[in-house]
Structures are given as structure tokens and as C-alpha cells.
Design a protein. Structure first.
Length: 271
């Protein structure tokens, strides 16, 4: 039996143990997966102890993704641009490999579950915090026509932009002229929905757009409700992204890709 875990604080409501146990059953992998409530400032110690006791891999969630980035010795390119790690794998030489599967999960959810290609599309990303930093590189790899990162605090969007060497990406604040024209795809990566707040961008930006909120819940999020009543073509939440980023981590550890549709449905029915 191989051991895996998710580290976070808080962690009690994490859906990762359920998702990975469903994946393990489905693909007949001999593994268990537990959640570990980790004290703030205690990530490195807790993770090292877990691996010393035989752990094979781990997921890392808020607020430890940056600590995990500091812990690992090897990174994927997408973890490097995110400067954050959500998946750790113990390598045979004893080193830790760190990856960030959030963006791959988002891209896969949009392409496979919502049947929308990103190639040649105009993409607006709202927010410039930790959630958004993980998705930019995987979005760029889909060769969209453009990516505009818009954030309430424009400096944060500029700082994020500076990590990428690409002519198709730009950054701005919420009162930028460009937000008065519509985009093909609008991704909300702000924490606004979490607080039941609206993102104060012009509604013209989401007219006829495919709108994606990286948050999810039993009910449509604040962003989805706003987008729906302001002319969005289609709206969805981030539950699919959650399951797909987990599937990507599972693949990194086990080299098996689980089927995700049934898992998304099961989680949705339990929200
Ligand atoms: P996370 O790691 O979840 O992204 P974060 O790093 O604190 O969290 O970033 C939160 C993001 O949500 C930021 O982009 C923040 O905008 P600011 O940089 O201007 O603070 C954004 N955010 C939070 N509440 C918001 C709101 N009501 N409207 C617009 N943006 C909001």
C-alpha cells in the first residue's frame, strides 16, 4: 500500500481524499490518501516527516504552496512560472519533484469537459493572486490569440506579467479601455466570489463570452450570477478544475489517468 496525503490549513473540508480514493478504486491502485492539518510555519517539518515514514507523494493546498516550492529540489516549468507547488513526488534518488497541476486542470476542464478549444481565442483573466499565477503558463501553451490579466491592484498584474516572455500577454487594471470590448473566454481567478462580492469590471467584457469561475459551490457563484444576467454565452464553476488537477497529480504519481466525468458528477451531487 502506497501512502499519499494533502497538506493544508484548514483541511477538514478538502475534497482531495474523496477524489483520490475514487480514482484509486476506479484504477485499482493500492494506495491510501489522508489529509494532514499542518500548523502555519510547520509545512517543511510535516512534509519531511511524512516522506520519512514512507509517503510517496503529496498534494499541497492553501497556504503552503509557496513553502512547497521552497522545499522541492526539482520543478516542472509550470511550477517554476507559478512559483508554487501543489503536487510533490518522491523521486528514486530521494529528491522531491514539485509540480503545479492547477493550470493543467483548468485547461483540461475547459477543453475536455466543456468542449471549448483555447487556440486563437481572446482570453481575459481576472485576478493576479496565487490562484491565477498557476494557470498562466498552461493557458499560454494552448496558443490563444491573447491573454489579458486584469486585477483590481494593477501593480500585482504587472508583476505577474513580468514572469512571462510572450508577446500575446498583457496586464491592466479594472478601468482599462480594453475591458469595454468583449472576450471569447473570461476566467475569474479573484477571491471575490468567496466573499460574495462582484468583480467590478465592465459587463461588456463578458458579453457572449464563455465565463469560468475558478471557485465552485452548491449554487452558482456571485460571478456566474452576474455574468449570466449580463449576457454571457455560458457560465461554469471550478469543480471540474478541482477534479482535473487531482487527476493530473494522480497521473504524475501513478502513471494512470483516471476517468473524471463520473467523479465530477459524484462530487456535484454531494455539494
Ligand atoms: P489567491 O491565492 O486565492 O489568489 P490572493 O493572493 O489573496 O489569493 O489574491 C486574491 C485575488 O483576488 C487578488 O487578485 C485580489 O485582488 P487585489 O490584488 O487587488 O487584492 C482579488 N480580489 C479579492 N477580492 C476582490 C474583489 N472584491 N474584487 C476584485 N478582486 C478581488
Amino acid at each position: 500500500m502506497d501512502h499519499y496525503a494533502v497538506f493544508g490549513n484548514p483541511i477538514a473540508h478538502s475534497k482531495s481524499p474523496l477524489i483520490h480514493s475514487l480514482f484509486a478504486q476506479q484504477t485499482q491502485q493500492a494506495m491510501d490518501y489522508q489529509s494532514i492539518l499542518t500548523p502555519i510555519g510547520g509545512f517543511s517539518q510535516a512534509a519531511k516527516a511524512f516522506f520519512q515514514q514512507g509517503g510517496k507523494g503529496a498534494n499541497v493546498t492553501v497556504p503552503f504552496k509557496f513553502d512547497a516550492y521552497d522545499l522541492v529540489q526539482q520543478y516542472s516549468h509550470r511550477a517554476q512560472t507559478a512559483r508554487a507547488v501543489n503536487t510533490i513526488k518522491l523521486l528514486e534518488n530521494g529528491e522531491f519533484f514539485g509540480d503545479n497541476t492547477d493550470g493543467a486542470g483548468l485547461v483540461r476542464d475547459i477543453k475536455e469537459n466543456h468542449n471549448l478549444q483555447l487556440k486563437d481565442k481572446t482570453v481575459l483573466v481576472l485576478g493576479a493572486g496565487g490562484a491565477v499565477s498557476g494557470i498562466i503558463q498552461p493557458l499560454l501553451e494552448e496558443a490563444p490569440q491573447s491573454i489579458l490579466i486584469a486585477n483590481r491592484t494593477v501593480e500585482k498584474a504587472q508583476n505577474l506579467l513580468n514572469r512571462f516572455d510572450s508577446s500575446i500577454i498583457d496586464a491592466c487594471g479594472f478601468n482599462d479601455e480594453r475591458l469595454t470590448t468583449s472576450f471569447d473566454i473570461v476566467i475569474n481567478g479573484t477571491a471575490a466570489s468567496l466573499h460574495g462580492e462582484n468583480v467590478a469590471v465592465p459587463s461588456k467584457s463578458i458579453k457572449n463570452a464563455f465565463c469560468y469561475d475558478m471557485m465552485y459551490g452548491a449554487e452558482p457563484t456571485t460571478f456566474m450570477l452576474w455574468a449570466n444576467t449580463n449576457g454571457a454565452k455560458q457560465c461554469c464553476d471550478g469543480l471540474g478544475m478541482l477534479v482535473e488537477q487531482a487527476a493530473e497529480a494522480f497521473f504524475i504519481w501513478r502513471h494512470v489517468r483516471p476517468e473524471t466525468q463520473s467523479v465530477i458528477q459524484q462530487l456535484r451531487s454531494q455539494l
